[in-house]
Design a protein. Sequence first.
Length: 375
Amino acid sequence: MTVAPQQDLERPLPLVDLHALHAELGDELEVAIARVWRSARFIGGEEVEAFEEEFARYLGVRHAVGVANGTDALELALRAAGVGPGDEVLVPANTFIATAEAVVRAGASARFVDVDPLSGLLDLTSCRECLTATTRALIPVHLYGRMVDMDAVRAFADERALVVIEDTAQAHGAHRFGRRAGTVGAVGCFSFFPGKNLGAFGDAGAAVTDDDAIADRLRLLRDHGRRGRDDHEVAGVNSRLDAIQAAVLRVKLPHLDRWTDARRGVAVWYRESLDARTLDWQGGDPRSEVHHLFPILTEDRDGLAAHLASAGVSTGVHYRRTVPATTAFAGSGDHCPVADERARRQLSLPMHPCLSEGDVARVASEVRRFLAAGG
């Protein structure tokens, strides 16, 4: 169904507003970038080393290894942990395709498992049902800014001696039971894509771990498998973190917790303003979520998205297809009905630290108006 659009002269509301976020830090960012170009050290160097130390300290881990992007972080984490050809890796069907791509690039096979109907996160019952003799690893994805119950994941993984690689691309700073997302498994993998809660000015990523041997292997693999200039021990990749990206991340990192608090405030406004029947999972501890996205569930998702667009409100879908439903992974044969249902109904509303209570009220009002008209 459709609702006739009305004239709306208010400013557009983007899904993520990087202009507002960066305007707040303009002077600091300019100084940091100028520091890099004056040094002429554009790959690696002091900025990267300093960010790695600061990010590791923030998370409470021994090592943070900067890489070119979050997909590389996942691939290199798998390889550093010894996962490769002949191994099967359990991957939730409800995730960005990069999670599965990394498995393939590491030489392993992805086995897709279903998700919990309430949280949209990894379902351990489905994991148990999908175990085979070749299952070697498990990738819990902390989706939307929600942290998977890693105590339960670790207990499950320990039963079968599975390697746990955390996909933390959407959960920077999330915590549960005193542990940060990305710090519980063998390796935690982060993306710093510009739209993330902690975003760079381009692609960037990191893998974090408390395991000295894995950290050493990660550093080896990210730089062509070499220790010295011409001492290539293994066939690695070119996945080094740019110094400019590291400098930008160093400016932003001290603000991350404040931005997270602001996101939590936005989430409270949404929850108070929207019909509870449209709200996605509310079963977790609100303090543990970092709200990378604010998803709702609705029967006429595309109709609502079109209505909001006509009112100047941008939305997103995360994700329109499950990974095994994509052409790239259609051959898996894995069927994940809960994830398929979420893919049909999920819609992400604007979510970022610069939203005002009035902005949220405007979005919520348009959602209610559409639903009241039969959407």
